[in-house]
Design a protein around this ligand. Structure first.
Ligand SMILES: *Cc1c(COP(=O)(O)O)cnc(C)c1O
Length: 343
């Protein structure tokens, strides 16, 4: 059985968090002489440490309680805090499935945690036979599953994820950075069912706020409380919170842009398949396409020469390039640029 107190680090469970002025008094009206702020100016006050307004809007949108939401400085903060909460440095381990998002590896290294990398199958799915032996290791605390996966673009099989959630006694983090582009339902709906599930999402992709650095985690409230204890008190700036609130208030724009990106993806798949340099366009549930080409290094360079920057993934998946869906005009320019390449 999963027990949070057996999985989280002891020093984090017993941690006495920093108590900010805004923790002790959180009303909106009054004369505030408690936080050594400057009484003059527009951005002179510390922001809400728990981002209540952002969470209220997210709670309505996702149909869950605010106590199940954590807001971070990008989902990269969610990844980093997960290591810090659950993995003792130089002792505990985490596991992920490669090729995948590079930050799981970097954040593991920063936190002195060994990250076990289990290769995905040729269809970029999880092979449970390769994972089973690791699940009983009591020092394995975290499993990262990126779905839709970056850079492959595909969703990970639901039954496989469910198996891991049930069999693994540690934490399963499902990174859903691209879920809004996908045909699949979010795992957020299953949080009540799985006390060891953390779902991570971001404002950086479908919500178009990469510059604002806002990531979210959804989990059981005991897990969220640990995140709140460990995070820096004012981890999301007032400007960023306002950006999130404004964007969430304008769902029509979000939906419209999302639809354009999805339509453009379909068009781009058709166009790319007609190009002589393209061997394969992988199916995608995200806002990017992984394509196999004849000579990725050459094609990447030739595109750069025409001022079109893609992501060369040749060193990770042979002869593959990852292309983000742009505006209709940008996508047209990409196709024209391909046609100028003479291989
Ligand atoms: C882009 C991306 C993120 C977003 O990270 P932020 O810090 O929120 O910008 C998270 N996970 C994956 C897999 C991504 O590709």
């Amino acid at each position: 059985m999963f027990k949070l107190k057996n999985i989280a680090r002891e020093n984090i469970l017993s941690l006495q968090p920093y108590s900010s002025a805004r923790d002790e008094f959180s009303g909106n009206t009054g004369i505030f002489l408690d936080a050594n702020e400057n009484p003059f100016g527009k951005l002179n006050r510390y922001p809400d440490p728990y981002q209540k307004e952002v969470k209220q809007k997210l709670a309505e949108l996702k149909e869950i309680n605010t106590e199940n939401i954590f807001v971070g400085n990008g989902s990269d903060e969610v990844i980093d805090l997960s290591y810090r909460i659950f993995c003792n440095p130089n002792k505990d381990k985490a596991l992920t499935f490669t090729p995948t998002y590079g930050m799981y590896d970097v954040a593991a290294a920063i936190n002195a945690v060994e990250l076990i990398k289990v290769p995905l199958t040729s269809e970029f799915q999880i092979d449970l036979n390769l994972v089973k032996n690791f699940l009983s290791d009591s020092t394995l605390k975290l499993i990262f599953i990126c779905s839709p996966n970056n850079p492959t673009g595909n969703l990970i099989n639901n039954a496989t994820i469910e198996y891991l959630l049930k069999q693994f006694k540690g934490i399963v983090i499902i990174d859903e950075a691209y879920i809004d582009f996908s045909t699949s339902e979010s795992w957020i709906k299953r949080i009540a069912q799985y006390p060891n599930l953390i779902v991570s999402q971001t404002f950086s992709k479908a919500w178009g706020l990469a510059a604002a650095r806002i990531g979210t985690a959804y989990a059981n409230k005991d897990i969220i409380q640990l995140f709140n204890k460990v995070k820096p008190p004012y981890n999301v700036s007032e400007l960023n919170q306002q950006a999130a609130i404004n964007t969430l208030s304008n769902e029509a724009v979000f939906k419209q842009n999302l639809q354009i990106i999805k339509d453009e993806k379909e068009k781009l798949i058709t166009e790319l398949n007609l190009l002589k340099q393209v061997i394969k366009v992988y199916p995608s549930d995200a806002n990017f396409l992984l394509i196999e080409v004849r000579d990725a290094n050459k094609i990447y360079d030739e595109l750069v020469n025409q001022k079109i920057i893609t992501r060369n993934r040749n060193n990770i998946i042979q002869n593959c390039i990852r292309i983000t869906i742009g505006t209709p005009k940008e996508n047209m320019q990409l196709i024209s640029a391909f046609k100028n390449i003479s291989i």
